[in-house]
Design a protein around this ligand. Structure first.
Ligand code: ARG
Length: 589
């Protein structure tokens, strides 16, 4: 379905043209006086100068030129020269019928599907997932789903941090604790065990222990650096150990992400990019982009229009070691080769912005990416803060584990769900999980990505206000009305949505027809908050409708069946919308 606003604009544009004016003046906007009309057009005001005519004269001529159009129930000139209009109930009814029949609910698939890589998540192997990675996962997943819904070919890549110093630290600590393991014996020629010599809980204890010792003990730190170096240069035993660390860690990450309804197509990591580094560096040197500065290999990326200093992109450190930038650049090489994407979208904390600016400039400058063929895009997100306005921490001041956060939200929801005493414990847990995830995700996504926000458990888990649980509650309420209706009228045939009569019915119809606009905007601006606002507006319109209409008590059977069809469509649209946000509603709560 074409966007409502575009459908109206094209009728207006034709009217302007017929009346002898520039059709570009025929642009509809949502009325800023909803008490007077639904949409308006200010084109006659804008055209007055150009045509040396009073705006109301132009507006009157245009209204006349459009004449009787079944799309509108009202189309009128209002002095000094506006065109005010309302859509007709019959038009809205047929638009809603179209939405109900369309599984995309009015959203049109992209005419030219693009190939898009979304790089999000970015968890670090062997370190537990913490709230710092939450926003990347939540926002990235929604952006990925929205791109995919529009018909683009999307690849979500976790881009694991699996190649840094933390790997050498863990190897060093394991060496201290279990020196007898074959991984440490340089003479060992046999097959290494298939089973990892540690569990995820071991790793979660080993990593912080080792990182603490690195800070205290210079020799230990050196050993960790050496181990990292040897690992990266192919020491066999270390590679085998590394593989265990990655496998154990990724299995655990998968569990955590799946609790969040987040899933990646690729679980590549920084390590996957390593083979592409040497030829890339060679190319940069050969073509004269990279030069030595204080022993390090760099590429200048400062541009004349910069108002701040953008330091050169660091390609290799003076010891020849690769950097965060180097790995991201080599990953671009790999993605270009494997997928030839039209777009690469990166999600990361906004404090990393300069890193991406430098990488992207370097990639364009050195020809890794042709700017006409592929755009590199960065979505920087703000920090999730605690109630004290500072980055979220545990009560003891440590990094809060994602699992702990999820559990605390679920527990809060569980209590509320169980308090009305109609649900079994088992169902209660399932409901609390779904509603808890909705609370966390909606609480996050309803903010603009770039903004910091305060994670307020009481607010996020509240069943009232602009929250995930409130949206869930609204959906569950629709399901319960539908069930009641079916129980009361088992023989009833499926009704059709009737032309709206009341004001609240009309507002609800308009809100339903605007789903596609919200999806396009969320896509174009990479802004899931736009979808959240839509969901909130739609649920608000529905609740207003309930205030005015008691569906179960409606005496006219046809009208009642029409209401049932109407709220069924609301449910369907909400289901599509929250799927794009990355959560789902329970049956009851
Ligand atoms: N592992 C990184 C971190 O924890 C995030 C990776 C983001 N993605 C990327 N392509 N650099 O900060």
């Amino acid at each position: 379905m074409k966007k409502l606003i575009d459908q109206i604009s094209s009728v207006l544009a034709a009217g302007f043209q017929t009346a002898g004016y520039d059709p570009a003046l025929g642009k509809a906007v949502v009325s800023n006086r909803p008490d007077l009309c639904q949409y308006q057009c200010n084109g006659a005001m804008a055209g007055a100068k150009q045509y040396h005519k009073a705006p109301f004269v132009i507006a009157e001529e245009v209204v006349k030129a459009i004449g009787d159009n079944p799309m509108f129930s009202k189309l009128e000139m209002v002095r000094p020269g506006y065109i005010n209009l309302d859509l007709s109930p019959a038009f809205l009814a047929s638009a809603m019928a179209e939405l109900e029949a369309d599984p995309m609910r009015g959203v049109e698939r992209a005419e030219h599907p693009l190939s898009i890589v979304v790089d999000y998540g970015g968890p670090n192997v062997a370190k537990p997932l913490h709230v710092g990675h939450l926003r990347s996962a939540i926002i990235g997943e929604s952006i990925k789903r929205t791109c995919r819904f529009l018909g683009h070919r999307v690849i979500g890549d976790a881009h694991l941090g699996d190649w840094g110093l933390q790997m050498g630290q863990i190897i060093t600590e394991l060496h201290e604790r279990q020196p007898e393991l074959p991984y440490f014996d340089p003479e060992f020629q046999g097959e290494y065990p298939a089973e990892a010599p540690f569990t995820i809980s071991d790793l979660e204890e080993i990593y912080p222990a080792s990182s603490k010792r690195c800070k205290e003990d210079e020799a230990y730190k050196k050993a960790a650096q050496t181990a990292t170096y040897e690992l990266q240069n192919g020491r066999r035993g270390y590679r085998a150990l590394w593989k265990h660390i990655v496998d154990v860690s990724v299995a655990d990450l998968k569990k955590n992400y799946s609790a969040l309804n987040v899933d990646f197509d690729l679980w590549y990591g920084e390590s996957n990019a390593q083979p592409d580094i040497p030829p890339m560096v060679e190319m940069m040197k050969e073509k004269g982009y990279a030069y030595l500065s204080d022993g390090a290999l760099v590429v200048d990326v400062q541009e004349e229009s910069d108002t701040r200093e953008v330091p050169p992109c660091l390609i290799l450190k003076s010891d020849g070691g690769a950097q965060y930038e180097t790995t991201d650049l080599a990953t671009i090489v790999q993605r270009q080769r494997d997928f030839q994407p039209d777009r690469m979208i990166y999600l990361a904390d906004k404090r990393q912005e300069l890193h991406y600016v430098r990488c992207f400039r370097c990639a364009y400058k050195t020809g890794l990416v042709d700017a006409d063929k592929c755009s590199l895009e960065y979505v920087g997100f703000g920090t999730m803060n605690g109630k004290d306005g500072r980055p979220f921490k545990t009560r003891e001041g440590g990094v809060l584990r994602l699992e702990t956060l999820i559990r605390s939200v679920e527990d809060a929801v569980y209590e509320k769900v169980m308090s009305n005493g109609t649900i079994s414990e088992e169902e209660g847990r399932d409901v609390a999980h779904k509603v808890g995830i909705a609370a966390i995700k909606y609480g996050d996504l309803s903010n603009q990505p770039a903004k910091d926000y305060i994670f307020d458990l009481d607010k996020f888990a509240s069943f009232e206000g602009n929250t995930g649980p409130y949206i869930m509650y609204t959906m569950v309420r629709i399901k319960s009305i539908l069930a009641k209706y079916r129980a009361a009228y088992p023989e009833a045939e499926t009704g059709i949505i009737l032309p709206p009569e009341s004001r609240s019915e009309t507002e609800l119809a308009l809100a339903l027809c605007r789903f596609n606009e919200a999806v396009y905007e969320a896509y174009e601006q990479k802004a899931p908050n736009r979808l959240c606002r839509y969901v909130y507006d739609l649920t608000g319109a529905l609740n207003q409708f309930y205030v005015e209409h008691n569906i179960m008590k409606e005496p006219d059977g046809v009208r009642q069946a029409g209401y049932i069809a109407l709220i069924t469509l609301v449910l369907h649209v909400l289901e599509s919308a929250i799927d794009l946000l990355g959560f789902e509603a329970p049956e009851r709560m």
